[in-house]
Design a protein around this ligand. Structure first.
Ligand SMILES: Nc1ncnc2c1ncn2[C@@H]1O[C@H](COP(=O)(O)OP(=O)(O)OP(=O)(O)O)[C@@H](O)[C@H]1O
Length: 363
């Protein structure tokens, strides 16, 4: 259940590159600007249809070129999936999955579940609630087939409601039908999110024990409105405020995950290294839960794994990753730091990248 082949063409500083990763640890090593992150970014594009570095996908197309091409082969038990993506500067996207044209990008995300960890991943803990909703929804999407339909309906109904509010309706009656629908699907979405968080906690405990054993970390799901009241009642109560602001202030689009350490909000307490370890523990827990519930294996993309972590923590993290048996892609500038980290692991491949080209694989 891993990517056994990955190819990029006309992507960032890469003219053409083919990688044959192993099912375990794949270390991509090279100097600044060599194209290490571009390789992870290419995989991220394939799995999620977007970059983690820019909202402008065209920036990833190599300068002077009209499009980029990405291809991966993903082993899945005794069969393999072939994923291909082409994107041009006009924004046209062509997708091929096992020789067919899938009608939605979500088909790629299902085949290629990815977890990204970069030096900016602190955002999950220190940034706004949208980061944490995205974290929860990644998990729910992969374990609950009902999620996508429900989430799309909520999004569409919220958009309609906000458009109605902007027209400054005089009376609440103009919204009440839509609010019934919005509350119904919001309730379903919230139940899925709640159940997911409840299942994540036992998967998280052993990861915290390994990476941050000296702390008591707690997670509390906040659904986005007063949990003692039905959403349609809250919407009716808040109608005048929503009308004045022109948008809806209560609902699942306001949900959050409150994360505390020894009772203190995590961002006010943890060091940068500890924040990174907590992000890793959360993502490892998601991968473990996905494997447990759906027998699906995640590929981890970790940009600059050694950053912020001392030698012991680096080792604790690499062994925790290896124990999940997930495929891991890590980038690092310094080959020596990578050697220390992966010394106890058995399944390691090392790729040297220079000026957008591969200098050979060891391992
Ligand atoms: N559209 C593009 N076309 C050509 N080259 C590009 C494009 N976008 C970025 N680059 C260049 O691609 C190179 C690869 O960047 P990348 O971020 O992958 O390097 P890296 O190996 O991860 O470096 P670092 O260790 O500094 O993070 C950079 O030198 C960048 O200037």
């Amino acid at each position: 259940m891993s990517v056994s082949r990955f190819a990029l063409e006309r992507f960032r500083n890469i003219d053409s590159l083919q990688l044959e990763p192993g099912p375990g640890f794949n270390c991509i090593v090279g100097p600044n600007g060599s194209g290490k992150t571009a390789i992870l970014e290419g995989l991220h594009f394939l799995g999620l249809g977007r970059s983690f570095r820019t909202h402008q996908a065209a920036r990833a197309i190599q300068d002077g070129q009209g499009d980029f091409l990405l291809f991966a082969r993903k082993e899945e038990g005794d069969r393999a999936h072939q994923l291909g993506m082409q994107r041009d500067r006009a924004g046209n996207l062509s997708l091929r999955l096992d020789g067919e044209n899938p009608d939605r990008l979500a088909a790629f995300a299902e085949v290629l579940p990815l977890q990204l960890i970069t030096p900016e991943s602190f955002d999950l803990l220190t940034g706004g609630p949208a980061n944490r909703r995205q974290f929860i929804d990644w998990g729910v999407f992969h374990v609950e087939s009902a999620f996508l339909g429900c989430w799309s309906r909520v999004k569409r109904l919220l958009k309609q409601r906000n458009a109605l509010l902007k027209r400054r309706p005089k009376r609440y009656d103009e919204l009440s039908y839509w609010d019934g629908e919005f509350a119904r699907y919001s309730g379903q979405l919230t139940a899925l999110r709640q159940a997911y968080v409840a299942e994540l906690l036992p998967a998280l405990a052993p990861m915290l024990e390994r990476l941050l054993p000296q702390y008591q970390v707690s997670l509390e799901f906040a659904q986005g409105w007063d949990k003692s009241l039905p959403l349609d009642g809250v919407l009716q109560q808040q109608f005048e405020r929503d009308q004045a602001l022109g948008f809806t202030q209560a609902g699942p689009h306001k949900a959050d995950l409150r994360i505390k350490v020894d009772g203190i909000p995590v961002q006010e307490f943890f060091s940068r290294g500890e924040l990174k370890l907590l992000v890793c523990a959360l993502k490892l827990a998601q991968a473990a839960l996905l494997k447990d519930k759906r027998q699906r294996q995640v590929s981890f993309l970790i940009d600059d794994l050694p950053a912020e972590l001392d030698g012991d923590k680096r080792l604790a993290l690499t062994t925790a990753l290896a124990d999940t048996q997930a495929q891991v892609f890590v980038t690092a500038i310094d080959a020596d730091k990578v050697d220390d980290m992966v010394a106890p692991l058995s399944d390691v491949r090392l790729f040297h990248v220079k000026q957008g080209r591969l200098g050979g694989a060891d391992g």
